[in-house]
Each structure stands twice: as C-alpha cells, then as structure tokens.
Design a binder for this molecule. Structure first.
Ligand code: HAM
Length: 422
C-alpha cells in the first residue's frame, strides 16, 4: 500500500471505530463508579498557561524540563496540559469552589500531552481518568481516593497488580530528610549519573526516582524518609495504612517511591501491573497539601490520583478481558428497486423511533450485496422489501441468526421486534 501523504503526529494515535466501544464502556464504568462515590465531573481546557504547569508540576521535573508541548500566541505562553492536578487546582482557585462549602470531590476523563519517546503504553497524547479531593487533610480522603482507583480495576477484572505506598512527608520532615540524603550521596557524587549530580544540589529526593543503572546501588542503600517523619506525618501515614487494611486493600511499602511531580506531600502511591511490560505504571497519585496555596489560593489540603486509560486497555487485552459485546445492528433494511428504496428510507425513522438501531444500503447495490453488508454489520434482523412486498404491504423479517423468516405489515413486524423477550 502507498504511504499516505499525512498521518498522525509521532506518539499520537487515532482511536478507530472498532476501538471506540471499549473506550465508551470504560468511560461509562468511570462515570458510574464516580457517581457511587459522590464525585462530580470537571472539564477544563486542553491548553493551560505555561507558568501554571511550571509552578504546579515543578521546574525541575522531567515533565517541565523535557516533555511539555509549548507554544506562544501573541504575548501568551501556552502548554498542552501534561496532567490535570494543577489545572483542576487552578479551576478550584479561579472559581472559588471552596465557597460551595465542604470538600470538593472532582473527577475527570480526558487527553494529556507529554513529549516522551513513544513506545508500547507510552504515547505523546494519552488519556487519563482521575480525581482530586480538595479541602480535606483527613486520611479518609486518601483512603477513599485509593479505594476509588482500586474499584475501577476490580470492576473490570484486573487483579494482578501491586500498590506501592509511601509517605514523602511534610515540608519540615522533608527538609530534614533532604539534608541527610544529600550528606549520604555527596561522597558518591562523581559516581552518580549526570542528571542525578544536577539533582543533588537542587532536589536530592528526585534522585530516588532515577532509572539510571549507575544510581541504583546508591538508591537501594539510601536512608529512608520514614525515619525522618515528624509525629504528625507519621500518624497520618499510620492512619492511611490502617484504613487500607480495614478495606482489605493490600499494598507494599516502598520508602523510595517519590513520584514524578514536585507537589506531593505525605501520602504517595503507585499502582503497577506485571501485564504491561516496561511501562508498568497503571496509575499513581498522592497528597499535595501545598499546591492550592502555590497556585494562589488559601492553604487547602488535597489528595488525588490519575490513571492511564491506554494502559488499562492494554492490560484488558493481555488478560483477554472484553469491556463490550460486539456491536449489533438491530435491523438492516434490504430493498430492491427504486420504490422499495424510498420505502426503506421512510421506514428507518419508524424503526429508530421504536428504539431500534436501523440502517440500509447507501449505494444502490444488489440484494445479495445488501445481505452481505447486513452480515458484516452483525445485523440481528433484515427487513426485506421488493416490488411485490410493497404492493401487498407485507414485508419479510429475517432473523439472521436463526435463519427464519416472518411475513407481516410494518406495524406487525415492528411490534414483533419490540416485544420484550419472554
Ligand atoms: P502520573 O503518574 O504522571 O500522575 O500519571 C498517571 C498515569 O498516567 C500513569 O500511571 C500512567 O498510567 C499514565 N501515563 C502517564 N504518562 C503517560 C504516557 N506518556 N503515555 C501513556 N500513559 C501515561 C499524574 O499525572 C498526576 N496528576 C496524578 C495525580 C492526581 N496526583 C494527584 N492527583
């Protein structure tokens, strides 16, 4: 086949008609479960001011330094949103959502953009669903956030995963830990990767997230943050763990889990799946008690998570989990001759008004070709009209699976089609 003149940008894909039913089914599950947890949906623009993402996600993160799609229009700098926590917080502050009273429990579904090197499970445009609980410091908020995340995978039937849990502490605990970590790493500076050497001065905790082979031996022997948590952060972490135990949600403690954004405080978690290959993170999140203030609001504690939808669908494929039944068309109207074709056209709205999906031939093809198309469309029934049928006002309804036929007026056949199954 000739190479097409145009194709999707690198790392971006079309979601084709045979794939959209799974996406819709997944979205439906997310909406239903969010309603059960009493979360409300929020939708924000695809573009955000560059400064919001820089400040929200963190100047030194990979996302900001390497992965944002940015452009300038007039005097304004924009980015395609790489994630939704900072934008949702922007919206919370901009619209004074705190004045609605209570804790804001918001969820979202939508595309994000990161200029990463594409590979299986890693795209430049990908989709996340997630939620943000803004206005609660209570460990219950952390636990419910994790419980919601787990509920989606449980409902879909993905069970093979690991929930890693950590506390990255509050600023006071972190400051103490950072100093200790720096002291520990400083003598090994020359052996660290170039990136980690830079991070050693600016943000040593980021080194724990390094995937560079030369850093690993130092990371595995590094002091752990749990030994430096103050009493408040320690207690909060204990309560989160207890709540997860109460709900029967298993986790493993990973003292080196720091996540890729700078806004996290206290709880941090990540869900990974062995069915995904190298891009194994299904979802991740944590608490970010300082972000609302950072973005210009009043100090407001918050927690949330986001999950990759492509990765969830890859896991479904690996596990042979289907989220949909094959789409079935209820009735394909087969017509022969001009008059019958006109009749078929008029018949479609009647069938649809009775809640049936209905279609017909758009290209004036032979009866045989129309029957073939009905089969390809997985039509449950064909409604057949030729000249004789039109004259008699008696049409043929063919059950495509059973290969049986019934004759009758349109009204009779429609009531047959819409009669509840006994
Ligand atoms: P994140 O860990 O950067 O967190 O992304 C969450 C999930 O999005 C990942 O676990 C992964 O499944 C998916 N993901 C990320 N990048 C890609 C990519 N290039 N291609 C495909 N999937 C990808 C966040 O975005 C935070 N905003 C989560 C959060 C919400 N924290 C607090 N609230």
């Amino acid at each position: 086949m000739a190479k097409p003149s145009f194709s999707t940008p690198l790392g971006m894909v079309d979601i084709l008609p045979e794939e959209t039913p799974s996406w819709r089914a997944l979205e439906q599950i997310i909406h239903e479960e969010a309603a059960k947890f009493n979360f409300q949906e929020i939708r924000t623009p695809i573009l955000e001011p560059t400064e919001l993402i820089r400040r929200g996600v963190g100047q030194l993160t990979d996302i900001v330094t390497k992965e944002i799609f940015a452009f300038k229009k007039g005097d304004t700098h924009y980015v395609l949103r790489p994630e939704l926590t900072a934008p949702v917080v922007r919206s919370f502050v901009q619209h004074h959502l705190d004045q609605r009273g209570g804790v804001q429990k918001l969820y979202y579904i939508g595309p994000m953009f990161r200029a990463e090197r594409p590979q299986k499970g890693r795209q430049r445009q990908f989709h996340q669903f997630g939620l943000e609980v803004i206005g609660s410091a209570d460990p219950i908020a952390d636990i419910e956030t994790i419980a919601f995340m787990m509920r989606i995978y449980e409902r879909i039937g993905i069970k093979n995963f690991t929930l890693k849990l950590n506390s990255v502490g509050d600023p006071e605990s972190r400051e103490r830990y950072k100093n200790v970590l720096k002291e520990y790493l400083e003598p090994h500076r020359a052996q660290l990767s170039e990136l980690s050497q830079q991070r050693l001065d600016k943000n040593p905790m980021r080194i724990l997230d390094s995937k560079e082979p030369e850093d690993q031996e130092f990371i595995t022997k590094a002091p752990i943050i749990q030994d430096f948590l103050n009493e408040e952060s320690s207690l909060h972490f204990e309560q989160v763990k207890n709540g997860l135990n109460t709900l029967g949600i298993s986790y493993i403690l990973d003292p080196y889990l720091v996540r890729g954004m700078d806004y996290y405080t206290r709880t941090a978690f990540e869900l990974s799946s062995p069915d995904l290959g190298s891009q194994d993170a299904l979802a991740g999140g944590g608490r970010y008690d300082l972000l609302v203030e950072e973005i210009g609001g009043k100090p407001t504690p918050a927690v949330g998570f986001a999950a990759g939808m492509e990765r969830l669908l890859i896991a479904c494929e690996e596990l042979n989990i289907s989220l949909t039944d094959p789409t079935k068309l209820d009735v394909y109207v087969v017509s022969l001759g001009n008059a019958a074709r006109q009749w078929a056209l008029g018949c479609l709205p009647t069938l649809r008004a009775h809640g049936l999906s209905a279609s017909m031939d758009y290209s004036g093809r032979s009866m045989k070709a129309q029957m073939k198309e009905a089969n390809r469309e997985l039509a449950r029934f064909t409604l057949i009209a030729g000249e004789q049928e039109l004259q008699d006002e008696q049409f043929v309804l063919r059950d495509m699976e059973q290969s049986t036929e019934t004759k009758g007026s349109l009204d009779e056949l429609v009531s047959l089609l819409t009669k509840p199954l006994s």
